[in-house]
Ligand binder design. Structure first.
Ligand code: DX5
Ligand code: ZN
Length: 219
């Protein structure tokens, strides 16, 4: 997989200046904008809803990669699509036996569908729905807040997923989210991940463009 893309997470941006933050990300060479939606039920924290997506939509032409850390995500799909989401990722843990139907529902709006597994969820749990997804998001931290340390054992989940997809003849993106930095990006990429989410690493950088390029080119 050579199209390595960087999806900075606005979870680490200044929420009082979100428009300027996404404009800066676009100027700095980000490929997607990762938008961490937390509902206070699936995870304790509440971040923002579809109004924030509509607001940032006006400030960037980049794809908005919306990560729904929400219960009953099927009830939120239409509003986030209308707000301008380019892709919607739901958590297997919030969908379970409805996952396939929800992914099909997302795709019915013509946007990318993603399914995410938290660190303790085996990646094999989603093998039977990956046909309906455009992307698999492997959480390398427990969902709920930025700035955590990458959980090493999740790299093996990415390797397992990449070989499953190759054997099944499925060309899908694998995104990893949480604790990614210049030191571990090469390991993340060699595990088969091609979209790297990074919040803290990008927003604390003195040179955002250099950091994004370093993450993309990590070997
Ligand atoms: C966790 C969030 C974070 C965020 C990235 O629920 O999904 O992982 O996107 O956070 P950093 O890059 O700061 O670990
Ligand atoms: Zn995320």
């Amino acid at each position: 997989m050579n199209d390595i893309r960087i999806a900075p997470s606005i979870l680490s941006a200044d929420f009082a200046a979100m428009g300027a933050a996404v404009e800066q990300l676009e100027r700095s060479g980000a490929d997607l904008i990762h938008c961490d939606v937390m509902d206070g039920s699936f995870v304790p924290k509440i971040t923002f809803g579809s109004d924030m997506i509509a607001a940032v939509r006006k400030h960037t032409s980049l794809p908005l990669d919306v990560h729904l850390m929400c219960v009953s995500p099927q009830n939120k799909i239409e509003e986030f699509v209308k707000a301008g989401a380019s892709g919607l990722t739901v958590h297997f843990e919030a969908c379970i036996d409805k996952t396939k139907k929800i992914l099909q529902f997302i795709r019915s709006f013509g946007v990318r569908a993603g399914v995410s597994v938290s660190p303790d969820t085996p990646v094999s749990s989603v093998y039977d729905v990956l046909e309906e997804a455009d992307m698999l998001l492997i959480m390398s931290v427990y969902p709920g807040r930025g700035g955590q340390k990458l959980i090493e054992r999740t790299l093996a989940k990415a390797e397992e997923a990449r070989s499953f997809l190759e054997n099944a003849g499925l060309k899908r993106d694998i995104e990893m989210d949480g604790g990614i930095n210049e030191e571990n990006a090469a390991q993340v990429i060699s595990s088969g991940v091609n979209i790297l989410v990074a919040g803290n690493t990008v927003f604390r950088s003195q040179d955002m463009a250099k950091t994004i390029a370093q993450l993309r080119g990590a070997k």
